[in-house]
Design a protein around this ligand. Structure first.
Ligand code: IPE
Ligand code: IPE
Ligand code: MG
Length: 245
């Protein structure tokens, strides 16, 4: 029995979020440049996307570039931006063949203009796809997202559209970049690091966490299936007792 056959299709996570980490270390281990790791991470992205569609997971969110990643060496940043454009060019077929709709979260206006236009073009081309929403977190900071939401809510109060008493968890959620998505049920991080690195802090309040020691370029759809199988063995209690479920 393959790992995929063990997955219960009636109990799938609705939203899987992934921190794709370890490209640099993987490349270094082979005596190559970091960018070689990023380039080889693209096939793992395809594995994750196709694996998600194979099972029928409606939302997949990938951390591709954090706000903090702008502090990396200029050449690496440039190479990552170029890789983004060439990957979108190459993977448009994967998106269309699998019914994947692309969207982004993060400060997209900070990206080079050619990245912005390639993203806009791909988003438009995939707008009618319905199998899976692929969200790329680019120049993304969860804390900045919460700051932005706070500013928007303050403005609504100043404009008299809302009272302070009306601000609750739902209002905050509705003002995040992820307003139209369910919260992640499962968060996966590769590379052995066990940290969140400013990713979806509000949204993962009740996510199950899965830390893999594999580096991102080594990630396959079977790893995704295994993470989902493990997720299904857990009891999500949301504060209740086991007996109450
Ligand atoms: C993840 O791999 C990709 C990005 C953050 C863009 P890293 O580049 O962080 O690889 P390591 O963690 O240095 O090995
Ligand atoms: C997190 O990885 C960001 C992405 C995967 C895009 P990093 O490699 O930048 O995280 P830290 O800085 O080691 O926590
Ligand atoms: Mg890293």
């Amino acid at each position: 029995m393959s790992i995929k056959d063990k997955v219960d299709l009636q109990n799938l996570p609705e939203h899987v979020a992934i921190i794709m980490d370890g490209n640099g270390r993987w490349a270094k281990g082979l005596g190559k440049l970091r960018i070689f790791g990023h380039q080889n991470g693209v096939s793992a992205v395809r594995e994750a996307m196709e694996g998600a569609v194979e099972l029928g997971i409606p939302y997949l969110t990938l951390y591709a570039f954090s706000s903090e990643n702008w502090n990396r060496p200029k050449l690496e940043v440039l190479a990552l931006m170029e890789l983004l454009v060439s990957t979108l060019n190459k993977e448009i077929k994967t998106f269309q063949d699998n019914g994947i709709r692309l969207q982004t979260i993060g400060d997209i206006e900070k990206l080079p203009k050619n990245c912005q236009s390639k993203l806009a073009e791909t988003i438009a081309l995939t707008a009618n796809n319905t199998a899976c929403v692929l969200t790329l977190a680019l120049s993304y900071s969860s804390q900045k997202e919460i700051v932005d939401a706070t500013k928007r809510i303050c403005q609504q109060v100043i404009d008299g559209k809302m009272s302070i008493d009306q601000i609750d968890e739902q209002v905050i959620s509705n003002n995040l970049y992820t307003a139209d998505m369910p919260n992640p049920d499962l968060l996966i991080r590769t590379s052995g690091e066990q940290r969140i690195s400013n990713y979806l802090l509000w949204q993962i309040a009740y996510a199950e966490l899965s830390f893999l020691s594999k580096m991102w370029p080594e990630f396959t759809r079977e790893d995704l299936f295994e993470c989902i199988y493990n997720y299904q063995q857990r009891e999500r209690r949301f504060g209740k007792t086991s007996e109450q479920l």
